[in-house]
Design a binder for this molecule. Structure first.
Ligand SMILES: Nc1nc2c(ncn2[C@@H]2O[C@H](COP(=O)(O)OP(=O)(O)O)[C@@H](O)[C@H]2O)c(=O)[nH]1
Ligand SMILES: [Mg+2]
Length: 179
């Protein structure tokens, strides 16, 4: 019965699509997760372990995992990869110094066998800050054009106001509906 139910859910497209939010600490991952949910900025503290929430976009449901980004936690990111359909990589667009580190983490992650079918959404966050890099600059620094085995997209956003996030959810929805 459980199996039949699961199968029916798949046929009717009512299953949850697994999404993970990754990125270095302080990039804005947790703020983005709660902005997706409530459309309000929340006061966050550094994430220990993970936060998980269900987000529904016009009947498409996502189960979104926000994983802590401090160095000590990055080693355990791969335990979240299995069945992930979308990886959201959040970048602090003012953090030029650590962009190389982000690039290394991204390309290492995409080489993992459990993520072979995942699409990648790069969020160039903190666009409200005056010295922020543009989405195009970030795309170039992360060498996104070299990614051939995954569908990817870069979106400028501001997690405090929510600007750019509805467009991100639309892209995510179109991705999972297309696959
Ligand atoms: N100016 C600005 N600050 C942001 C933005 N997004 C997040 N922050 C701030 O950046 C800090 C880290 O955010 P948080 O969501 O905890 O980052 P996480 O470590 O990636 O989960 C917090 O002080 C947030 O209020 C943004 O778009 N603009
Ligand atoms: Mg966090």
């Amino acid at each position: 019965m459980g199996l039949l139910f699961a199968k029916l859910m798949t046929i009717f497209g009512d299953r949850e699509h697994k999404v993970i939010i990754v990125g270095l600490d302080n990039a804005g991952k947790t703020t983005i997760l709660y902005q997706f949910l409530t459309k309000e900025a929340v006061h966050t503290s550094p994430t220990i372990g993970s936060n998980v929430e269900e987000i529904s976009v016009r009947k498409t449901r996502f189960l979104v995992w926000d994983i802590g980004g401090q160095e000590s936690l990055r080693a355990s990111w791969n335990s979240y990869y299995c069945n992930t359909e979308i990886v959201i990589l959040v970048v602090d667009s003012t953090d030029r110094e650590r962009l190389t580190l982000t690039r290394e983490e991204l390309h290492r992650m995409l080489a993992h066998e459990d993520l072979q079918n995942a699409a990648v959404l790069v969020l160039a966050n903190k666009q409200d800050m005056k010295d922020s890099m543009t989405a195009a600059e970030i795309s170039q620094c992360l060498t996104l054009s070299s990614i051939t085995g995954h569908s990817w997209h870069v979106q400028a956003c501001c997690a405090l106001t929510g600007e750019g996030l509805p467009a991100s959810l639309d892209w995510m929805r179109s991705r999972v509906l297309a696959s």
